[in-house]
Write a new protein. Structure first.
Length: 191
């Protein structure tokens, strides 16, 4: 099974994934954790480009979309191999990040047609003001106006795709409990 946590910068994905991994490990579930961008050459180039002040501009976004699609294809082998071994795959971001950040649904779908879609997507939803206060100011995406648009796109896609939306402004433990409940239900576990 392939599970992805999505959300705007500062929504708490990394923290919640760490807690989720610990919980799953305590439950005896073998897990592979992946993230986008990866550590592949394409992923490293993406990380470098995200530091550019023009990273939110249209032409830059189109370039990033192509790079993310390439990076995602490289990641597919790792995800598919883990699933064949019976591992649960947890991802920090996936295809849907491109759908909201690069925002051209048809084109994004086309260039990502070989990318595996997660079996479960959890959207950590938070208001951009709170998210910005949590960010470290590392890249151009940590801009309030930009994050407002991104959050709106995430909520639209979540509604259309049936994502589980988790209120990420709740306390750390409450958010973790909400995530555990959804994941346990999907895996047929009791918590």
């Amino acid at each position: 099974m392939y599970i992805c946590l999505e959300g705007i910068d500062g929504s708490g994905k990394s923290t919640q994934i760490e807690l989720l991994l610990k919980w799953l490990d305590n439950c005896g579930i073998d897990v592979l954790m992946v993230f986008e961008p990866t550590e592949s050459p394409a992923g490293k180039l993406i990380r470098e480009m995200l530091q550019n002040p023009n990273a939110t501009k249209t032409n830059f976004q189109n370039t990033l979309a192509l790079l993310f699609a390439a990076d995602r294809i490289i990641l597919m082998d790792k995800i598919e191999a883990a699933e064949k071994e019976g591992k649960l795959v947890i991802s920090d971001r996936c295809f849907y990040s491109s759908m909201v950040y690069q925002n051209d649904g048809d084109w994004i779908s086309t260039i990502n047609k070989f990318a595996k879609r997660p079996d479960l997507v959890l959207l950590l939803d938070i208001d951009p003001e709170t998210a910005i206060s949590r960010c470290e100011g590392k890249d151009s995406f940590e801009d309030i106006d930009f994050l407002i648009k991104i959050r709106e796109r995430y909520l639209e896609i979540a509604d259309k795709q049936g994502f589980m939306v988790v209120n990420a402004k709740n306390g750390l433990n409450k958010v973790h409990d909400d995530i555990k409940r959804v994941v346990a239900r999907k895996l047929g576990m009791c918590i």
